[in-house]
Design a protein around this ligand. Structure first.
Ligand code: ATP
Length: 234
């Protein structure tokens, strides 16, 4: 099957300093690909370059036939890419319901929030609460729920486990697996928590100093002690 997302030779960074060097990867429909690597390896930068927050200096990014170079974020979202940034980006002055409505802003017809509340019953109970009244786990769920409200085919998900209790992280990973299996959602998952990422991912790639140093199925990566010691710190 051809890839949903195809990245070839991507070089990107901040100003004159390239952070990513010649990165190539692909993600298929119904596939979760984990992006692993030490602090500063370039994982967040990769997601930002893919979602258009950061311009690519070189390389090609094609999503379902659309070359993403220069494409506005709105068009990307309409085409099926949603990004959950590191730090989550929930609007703390808006309610849960309003945050979710923001997620579906560019969908026509605009879906109701009911589907998201089915996925996250905890959010349904808090629909009229403001973002700043939520716990860390609820905010992460809201950030993911808001991205899903755009009805994406590819979710770019940055560090969902950051600051969360293991139980909440496990719930989020189970949800990703369920969405992949039921709806065919593809996910590019950036995670510091290697074990939890590889427990849900089909494949993983390891970044070091902005380059892809390994790519393999998740079980093989989890069992590769040399690679873990060299790049993942355990
Ligand atoms: P972490 O897990 O710590 O978030 P990461 O793998 O996501 O690490 P990035 O955040 O992508 O790594 O950072 C990669 C490199 O880019 C680092 O050297 C970092 O200092 C640099 N960098 C990140 N953000 C900026 C920025 N806004 N301006 C300049 N350099 C940046």
């Amino acid at each position: 099957m051809s890839a949903l997302l195809e990245v070839e030779g991507l070089t990107a960074g901040y100003g004159a300093a390239a952070v990513l060097h010649d990165v190539s990867l692909s993600v298929r429909t119904k596939q979760i690909v984990a992006v692993l690597g030490a602090n500063g390896a370039g994982k967040t930068t990769l997601l930002r370059a893919l979602s258009g927050l950061l311009p690519a200096e070189r390389g090609r990014v094609v999503f379902d036939g659309l070359d993403l170079r220069g494409v506005k974020v709105e068009r990307m979202v309409r085409h099926g890419i949603a990004h959950v940034p590191e730090g989550r980006g929930v609007v703390t002055e808006l309610t849960v319901d309003e945050n979710l409505r923001l997620g579906s802003l560019w969908r026509k017809p605009r879906p109701s929030n009911d589907g998201i509340y089915e996925l996250f019953p905890a959010l349904a109970r808090r629909r009229d609460h403001l973002g700043h009244q939520l716990s860390g786990g609820e905010r992460q769920m809201l950030a993911i729920g808001r991205a899903l409200a755009a009805e994406p085919r590819l979710l770019l998900l940055d560090e969902p486990s950051l600051g969360l209790a293991p139980k909440i992280t496990a719930q989020i990973m189970a949800l990703l697996r369920d969405l992949r299996d039921r709806t065919g959602l593809a996910v590019l998952l950036v995670e510091q928590n290697v074990r939890s990422a590889l427990s849900v991912a089909d494949e993983g790639l390891v970044l070091s100093l902005g380059r892809v140093v390994s790519r393999n199925d998740a079980a093989t990566l989890a069992g590769d002690a040399d690679l873990r010691h060299a790049y993942l710190g355990f």
